[in-house]
Ligand binder design. Structure first.
Ligand SMILES: *[C@@H]1O[C@H](CO)[C@@H](O)[C@H](O)[C@H]1NC(C)=O
Ligand SMILES: *[C@@H]1O[C@H](CO)[C@@H](O)[C@H](O)[C@H]1NC(C)=O
Ligand SMILES: *[C@@H]1O[C@H](CO)[C@@H](O)[C@H](O)[C@H]1NC(C)=O
Ligand SMILES: *[C@@H]1O[C@H](CO)[C@@H](O)[C@H](O)[C@H]1NC(C)=O
Length: 212
């Protein structure tokens, strides 16, 4: 079994998904880091199923709108929308988390553009002295790209979240994902959000997914 959607439903699926995303944007009050109603529960992301072994184990799927909320894969966190790869200097070795963990050595400088670390070995790879070895102007590169893990964690935990830090990332972290603070996401234990329920009520044309 794979977790691809059935091919012939693909365009309908996209249409539905777009509508749902539009509704999610409208119904959650401007989707900021302070969002009280994430689309999926914190730690889960929209249609981000990853298959290592059992495919949909970490997903709650709503077949009438072809949307699944799945646990963010290792190396990522999610604030209830897209999965976000951990910034360099942090890692996540557990599925379904709403933040990343700081790398183990706080005084070490890490290349924050080294994204998606899943363990401390990745942290080791992200060290600036190894990543920047080929830079023509190391000090300039270091000033722009290197931070310690304490800085990364403090910045992502700050209130309000640091939009400057998040938007400078490649790929940029959207403001609705720019936080590791679990207080900003009230929907964590509430299951699927009201915007998703509303979207389900409005979208009456059923498109049944077909896993094969
Ligand atoms: C994640 O990493 C931490 C720190 O190294 C370790 O204690 C923990 O057992 C790991 N968890 C998993 C699921 O690998
Ligand atoms: C981490 O970096 C911040 C500023 O970038 C600095 O103030 C702090 O002292 C550093 N922490 C450690 C443990 O090196
Ligand atoms: C950090 O983790 C790496 C990789 O597991 C390890 O080699 C290193 O000794 C650790 N550093 C500290 C200060 O715990
Ligand atoms: C590196 O960049 C910095 C800042 O732009 C500059 O001041 C310095 O002269 C540069 N060094 C070299 C060797 O080009």
């Amino acid at each position: 079994m794979t977790c691809r959607w059935h091919g012939q439903n693909h365009q309908l699926l996209q249409l539905h998904f777009l509508l749902v995303l539009l509704m999610a944007g409208r119904c959650s009050g401007g989707v900021t880091g302070q969002d009280k109603q994430p689309f999926c529960p914190l730690g889960q992301c929209i249609n981000c199923m990853h298959c290592n072994g059992a495919c949909l184990d970490d997903c709650s799927c709503y077949s009438s709108i072809n949307v699944c909320c799945c646990g963010a894969p290792p190396g990522h966190y999610s604030r209830g929308y897209e999965k976000v790869p951990c910034p360099g200097g942090s890692y996540q070795n557990v599925t379904g988390q709403w933040r990343c963990e700081p790398c183990n050595t706080s005084g070490q400088l890490y290349d924050i553009t080294y994204r998606g670390s899943i363990d401390l070995l990745d942290c080791y790879e992200a060290r600036c002295e190894s990543r920047g070895a080929s830079q023509a102007n190391y000090s300039q590169w270091q000033a722009e790209n290197c931070r310690n893990s304490t800085f990364v964690e403090t910045t992502m935990m700050s209130h309000p979240p640091s939009e400057a830090f998040c938007s400078a990332m490649t790929p940029a972290i959207k403001s609705r994902g720019c936080s590791w603070n679990d207080k900003t996401g009230v929907g964590r234990t509430a299951g699927v959000s009201s915007s998703l329920l509303l979207a389900m009520a409005v979208l009456v044309v059923p498109v049944v997914p077909d896993y094969r």
